[in-house]
Design a protein around this ligand. Sequence first.
Ligand code: NAD
Ligand code: MG
Length: 394
Amino acid sequence: MTRGICILGATGSIGRSTLDVVALHPDRFRIVALTGNHRVAEMQEICRLHHPQLVVMAAPEAAQRLRMALRDEGLKDIQVESGPEALAEAAGMSGVDEVMAAIVGAAGLLPTLAAVESGKRVYLANKECLVMAGKLFMERVHQRQITLLPIDSEHNAVFQCLAEGKGVRRIMLTASGGPFRTWPVERLAAVTPDQACAHPNWVMGRKISVDSATMMNKGLEVIEAHWLFDLPAAQIDVLIHPQSIIHSMVEYVDGSVLAQLGNPDMRTPIAHALAYPERMESGVSSLDLARGPDLRFEEPDLQRFPCLALAFNALRAGGAAATVLNAANEVAVQAFLDGALSFSRIAAVVEETLTDLQPAAPDHLDGVLEIDRLARASAVRHLSGQESSRRRSS
Ligand code: NAD
Ligand code: MG
């Protein structure tokens, strides 16, 4: 029997890699539902190849265009819907056994939670979900007793190295250091979105590419690891490893260190999770250590990467600091991508928003969404720098 899959964020980088892996195994999987935002031509091409039952485009106008395009192609049996409720319905629909959560940012929270509530097996790429609402999200995962498997390469690596789970001293999340690891710090103020998105080892969506360049991505991953593996900040280390061959490591109390290695290609963690507890082909080539680059390691420089320190501090602070951090970062990164904020101001906007708002941890999802909204509004005020200069002069 094949397993029915829903991919939330099918038109994105993780979504496309998932479709590639699924296409290698028609005997195991069938695509039932797909979601996107506004890229109609891409979704149309995916529909031609994978013929889902249901497609949801978050933007209504995109759904309308897709419906017409599919009708013109004779694919009118593919149902097309739009809007946030339809995203959640796709994740929870009958016929779907497993959900790849690969929407970027806070927009992924409600549909991913819908998958959890419906008892689906969930593959989690959308780390922002856990940063924003880790406690409530994991409570629902435990209550519903669903299988949650990490797709983020570091967390997938830790998961693979945590076979026994006992006697763990610490985990070491590796980080490439992004495109600016060796740049003079003074030059960072003038970097462009295209420079920030040119990652040395991975091809990814633009938001996570900017997060990798600031190392906020690693900070979000520290918080993600805290919730996934139930470890305090003191047992989560970050190690720069520019070659991105070791995807993370687990150190045990006896001094053993287990690492997971592989070529930097997201199809490996995706195939691992989809096949778990079995193994299956991913299409990724063999790792050639003899001919590959030397593996090197260094400590992260927190002066160069203040976002990493902000994320560690938010995790230690608890309350809703991580929700505020995530929202402010999404606003700042979007402003940077739109040319409205300099690269080196991203960390400043996040820090100023964290200073502004220090809410207690909410015990309901509505509380999380309200803090997310307030933090976004505060971050927008800090974008122009007016808020901080007003404060200095008062
Ligand atoms: P991407 O930008 O390539 O794709 C994002 C997807 O989300 C697209 O399908 C888009 O249509 C959809 N989307 C965007 N905004 C939406 C909205 N408001 N409502 C509904 N759908 C929306 O991003 P990506 O690189 O594939 O990353 C997806 C997630 O996976 C992120 O959370 C990222 O941190 C995580 N992740 C990505 C990688 C990677 O290699 N790309 C690795 C690890 C984790
Ligand atoms: Mg990662």
